[in-house]
Design a binder for this molecule. Structure first.
Ligand SMILES: [Mg+2]
Length: 321
């Protein structure tokens, strides 16, 4: 893949995640909706304001860039700094409590366990993991390790860590496929199946395969879920991508149409779709409305530079075509 295409995929991933979040936020916690209604809504919005999903994704990206890789203390402090400057982004009750504990001296890797016995299995760490999928797209072992560690700052339950790793892996798989090359849905699902370690996720991934081609959205929600728990939203987001491979707009619109935790599911689906199709596949009129777009794009570019500088020998990259 040439450098220009790869860079476009990095940009598509983070911008795609932020737009999914901004659009999905308008339907969060609501039921299913017709796709035409989402179209009308998106036309009416003057600005796409993102929520905690993107705010924390930005935090992950900032920390990975500033630390040239993962540093748990640095990432936790970045989350805290960002939260304190914009606490109105729709954060749930858990993260602020964890942030206060870390500020009062609790280590970043143990605070979450003290708030939730056994750890939370919400989707809060999967929703922000896209930059990890980008930076470690070449190495699934490292990708899993960093996804787990970054999850444990706020979500230390195995299901949350595994959900974050699966979402990051789906981003990496999408990124690794040239946009003009067809993704084989079943091969993609098999890779997910081989990557997953947890039985519940393995079952969800098996359901994804059975649901391909399903027209009834109720069946999709019944089998995969649309909730705030990682196992009831990460497989759903990946399914939204797999069932709408050629269109970012259709992928995100479909994700929102399923109802439930729409900002997070549309954000995760949008991250994968953007990582496959690239920035130019995202409708201009949506990109133009995204707040802080220049900054989000700058973070994606920086991740691209670090990922390609550190991990890909120049001779392995094809010339621009
Ligand atoms: Mg949110």
């Amino acid at each position: 893949m040439c450098r220009g295409k790869l860079k476009s995929k990095f940009l598509g991933c983070l911008v795609g995640a932020a737009i999914g979040d901004g659009l999905g936020a308008w339907r969060e916690g609501k039921g299913m909706v017709k796709r035409e209604e989402i179209e009308l809504l998106t036309d009416r919005l003057e600005q796409l304001t993102y929520t905690d999903d993107t705010h924390m994704t930005i935090g992950v990206a900032e920390s990975l860039i500033e630390s040239n890789g993962f540093d748990g203390e640095h990432m936790a402090q970045t989350f805290i700094r960002n939260y304190e400057s914009e606490p109105w982004r729709g954060y749930g009750p858990g993260p602020p409590r964890i942030f206060r504990m870390i500020k009062s001296g609790e280590p970043w890797h143990s605070a979450a366990n003290k708030i939730y016995k056994g750890g939370s299995f919400g989707n809060g760490s999967a929703m922000r993991v896209a930059p990890t999928g980008l930076l470690y797209y070449h190495n699934s072992t490292e990708l899993r390790e960093i996804a787990y560690k970054s999850s444990s700052i706020t979500h230390s339950h195995e299901l949350a860590k595994e959900g974050a790793a699966l979402q990051a892996y789906a981003v990496a798989l999408a990124l690794n496929t040239p946009p003009d090359e067809e993704i084989d849905q079943e091969a993609f699902i098999l890779k997910l199946q081989n990557f997953a370690r947890n039985q519940l996720y393995k079952e969800k991934i098996a359901s994804m395969k059975e649901l391909l081609g399903e027209q009834d959205r109720r069946q999709v929600v019944a089998a995969l879920g649309n909730g705030i728990e990682a196992p009831r939203s990460v497989p759903t987001a990946i399914y939204c991508f797999l069932s709408h491979l050629r269109s970012y707009k259709d992928c995100v619109t479909y994700a929102i149409s399923l109802g439930g935790d729409t900002d997070t599911i549309a954000s995760m689906a949008g991250a994968i779709s953007g990582a496959y199709l690239g920035i130019n596949a995202i409708p201009d009129r949506w990109r133009a409305k995204l707040e802080n777009r220049a900054y989000i794009e700058a973070l994606a570019e920086r991740l691209y530079q670090i990922a390609t500088l550190n991990f890909i020998p120049l001779q392995h990259l094809e010339q621009e075509d």
